[in-house]
Ligand binder design. Sequence first.
Ligand SMILES: NC(=O)c1ccc[n+]([C@@H]2O[C@H](COP(=O)([O-])OP(=O)(O)OC[C@H]3O[C@@H](n4cnc5c(N)ncnc54)[C@H](OP(=O)(O)O)[C@@H]3O)[C@@H](O)[C@H]2O)c1
Length: 366
Amino acid sequence: MPTNTAAWLLARQAPLEVKPAPYTHPREGEIVVKNHAVAINPVDWGIQLLGTLLFSWMKYPFILGGDLAGEVVEVGEGVTRFSVGDRVLGMAMGMDKTRSRSAESAFQAYTVLLAHMAVPIPSTLSYEDAAVLPLALYTAAYGLFQKDHLALQYPSAAPQSTGKTLLIWGGSTSVGSNAIQLAVAAGYEVITTSSPRNFPYVRRLGASQVFDYQEKTVVADIIEALKGKTIAGALAIGTGSADACSAIVHACNGDKFVSLVSLGALPPNPGLNVQTLLLIFQFVAANVSFQVTSRMRRIRTKFISGMMDREVSKVIYEDFLPRALAEGHYAAAPEPVVVGSGLDHIQAGLDAQRQGVSAKKVVVSL
Ligand SMILES: NC(=O)c1ccc[n+]([C@@H]2O[C@H](COP(=O)([O-])OP(=O)(O)OC[C@H]3O[C@@H](n4cnc5c(N)ncnc54)[C@H](OP(=O)(O)O)[C@@H]3O)[C@@H](O)[C@H]2O)c1
């Protein structure tokens, strides 16, 4: 049996510690992957900072991590899409409330993956390139295609135009980079926001128009750009995105739905001090005000959380993405920035992600 090692989180705010971990065999419908690259998401350092205040179900010691790419070393009963030796990328579900199992998290040598959330990696992509996708792709697909979110038409290799326009606020984020590509492949025109330095980047991914989210007139400018168009709703990513999207969708013709990726900024220091209490108060007040305003505007909103429907995961992970990646129609975006090699570099990766990135994904090679 292989020897496993993990970057353990032993307590809230403790730095990750590399120590032995149990090796877990796959159950029915699962595979085990030897990880060659992992990527960092805001939720990883968010849990390290806030612990059970953020994920109440989590028990220490715990292993974090949602993004991985590696090689299949064991295949569970009933799995027919993968064999030992295949190169795959996958969404590690260990942090999800319904799984809550360290064996299924990414920051270790061997991870148990749900086979239906894994995708073969084409030979054109390195493990580091592939690792940028899983969690951001999952989140984007959840918001765009789940029936209780935007419920858009599914993506395909030959998209039929729907004649509708989708607003994606925060197009240069990891989630936004995936959302733009998925929405375009599903036949929607995409209008998005980013900093001006990332305008060419989001256009390359398929956005037809892009606006600077820091401009004072951005909401009015997007409403003007949407005149005469039918909106398919909005995907709200980033601080302040929810209210802006709600105002725009309210002013436009079309679907009155905003799928919420972000609720607000995390406090920089979760200790009980005046600054944190003020931030928590502002966060709660902003959300209450947002809910009240959206209700008055008759805008439906929902926060992205939980396990994706099997119908959507089959479309994304089995039907659409393997072919789109292999044929070069889907980019592994944003570009990886490799901050080191080995589990002991994951803490540096968390710190780098927390400092802030711009159209980049922090990756650690293993
Ligand atoms: N609900 C969920 O399940 C879920 C899942 C994943 C992520 N999230 C949340 O979604 C957000 C994005 O995550 P991510 O990993 O995609 O982020 P990321 O890649 O780390 O985001 C970095 C980007 O954020 C952009 N940005 C900063 N402030 C912004 C604002 N106010 N409005 C729009 N864009 C802004 C920056 O754009 P420029 O450089 O162009 O300025 C930068 O490129 C985070 O809040 C994260 O916690 C939620």
